[in-house]
Design a protein around this ligand. Sequence first.
Ligand code: CP
Length: 301
Amino acid sequence: MLHDIISIRDFEKKDIEEILFTAKKMEQYVDNGTTLAKGKILSMLFFEPSTRTMMSFQSAMERLGGSVIGFSDTSTTSVKKGETLIDTVSTMDQYSDVMVIRNPLEGSARLAAEVAEIPVINAGDGTNQHPTQTLLDLYTIKKEFGSIDGLKIAMVGDLKYGRTVHSLAYALSMYNVELVLVSPRELRMPEDITEHLKDTIPYIEIVALEDLPKVDLVYVTRIQKERFGDPNEYERTKNTYRIDKNSIKLLGNAKIMHPLPRVSEIAREVDTSPNAIYFKQARNGIPVRMALIATLLEVLP
Ligand code: CP
């Protein structure tokens, strides 16, 4: 298994399957906890806001019997005094056994892993990668459908800046799936990823949700205001897709996933529909992150 979790591209399919298998085993500890990681400390270095990734890592470590230190607001740390990322990572390396980092700079997690002796987990580096989200997405798909192979999956929204869909597209290219990429022209999946898809799995690109063929799963993403260099581009594209009680009819029985947070792309009225599985998906972050921590700390049951 890998020493660090930085990019889904570092994974072979067998590594992914091993994590999904371990996550399933971790389900037995989700309710009552375990002492597998007793005495171990996880540090969280969050240079960007987070609810799910940060809280589910914390919840996962506490359910494993370990403890958590870290920050989610750099204004309360020595970053505020000008401390570099390298020095911050080198310091937290002394205080913990495994490190989770989210930073807006692409490549920051890779840099942290080069500096730290302890295992480093990328919780999102800019628009690049979010590998632990992908693992919980795959876990959710497998749990819901029994198998990832054979599915037709649509990705909808901001495919240009969305790190979750970047990681997920690479991961799905290891399976026998078909992809439908649905985005405004300005927010198409980056070319390096579509070039990779061309070599691996069938995919099509469309703009209008009305043109969506029958699919098993629709993975919706937020148009991410914080990633746009040009505010006009955001204004032009922000309301392109909205799934509500009317437009959901276009999706048939397809399940709907979303890494969350959402803003307006899925109406709250959709939450109670049998299609919606995005809160189940968020919950699956717990066993998957328990599996990752226990694997990296070598404290597997
Ligand atoms: N899915 C996800 O990364 O959510 P957060 O930004 O809340 O961590």
